[in-house]
Design a protein around this ligand. Structure first.
Ligand SMILES: [Zn+2]
Length: 237
């Protein structure tokens, strides 16, 4: 028997470590085959991606901001409602302390964002902050995990100190849009160091009505109307 080449040992080691630490799908927690990485092929097929990076015309997400605030560019990676897999992703991200899932999808998002011209000169990605108490209870901010994945892949800076949260938001469902805005704008604080950036990108896990992002954008634009603001979210509801 001849000597086993280095790549042979690497493969054996991979096989052994797979037996000891089976990799599981970040979405459904089923065991991954050796050929699968992070997300199993079943879940991968069931994720309903937006393909917004191919759009020449305005997307549903662009239209959400029309008549409300000026947004430079938008991107959402997947549709929330269409498949169970998409719902599982957001659920695991929010409640199962699954940071790797956020980082993984952040990287996937970045591979598409990279092709959108309007994002090219963005110099910083800013996750929408959670209240510190909520972050403490949950262990991490899911939007920060997503932003981390995006920034690792694009080699752009992520900054959490430029936008912070001060108060708990009360339940918003019974309020009018104006009251909601008023409520939200009093909970976020913009750090004046934000003005060193000409183009910033806000990162959130899911966009539904867009009212939280609208308030944050208004707040930044009141002080710094010259800054271009873009928005990316993992999902659009
Ligand atoms: Zn799966």
């Amino acid at each position: 028997m001849g000597p086993i080449k280095h790549s042979g040992w690497t493969k054996i080691w991979t096989d052994i470590s797979h037996l000891i630490f089976p990799n599981i799908c970040l979405v459904c927690s089923n065991e991954l085959s050796i050929k699968e990485q992070h997300v199993c092929s079943f879940c991968n097929q069931n994720i309903s991606v937006t393909n917004y990076h191919f759009f020449k015309e305005p997307t549903e997400m662009d239209k959400l901001f029309w008549g409300r605030v000026k947004v430079n560019a938008t991107y959402a990676h997947l549709f929330f409602e269409k498949t169970k897999a998409s719902q599982d992703i957001l659920f695991n991200l929010k409640y199962k302390n699954n940071q790797n899932l956020g980082v993984y999808f952040g990287k996937e998002m970045a591979k598409n964002i990279r092709h959108i011209e309007a994002f090219k000169n963005a110099s910083v990605y800013i996750p929408v902050p959670l209240h510190p108490k909520k972050k403490f209870i949950r262990g991490y901010n899911q939007s920060e995990a997503i932003a981390k994945g995006i920034c690792n892949e694009l080699e752009v800076e992520m900054k959490t100190e430029l936008l912070t949260r001060t108060k708990h938001t009360e339940t918003q469902t019974k309020k009018t849009r104006f009251q909601r805005w008023d409520n939200v704008s009093s909970v976020f604080r913009v750090n004046s160091a934000i003005k060193t950036h000409q183009h910033i990108v806000l990162v959130d896990d899911v966009i539904t009505t867009g009212s939280t992002l609208e308030s944050i954008i208004r707040l930044i634009q009141e002080e710094h109307p010259e800054i271009l603001i873009s928005v990316v979210t993992l999902a659009i509801a």
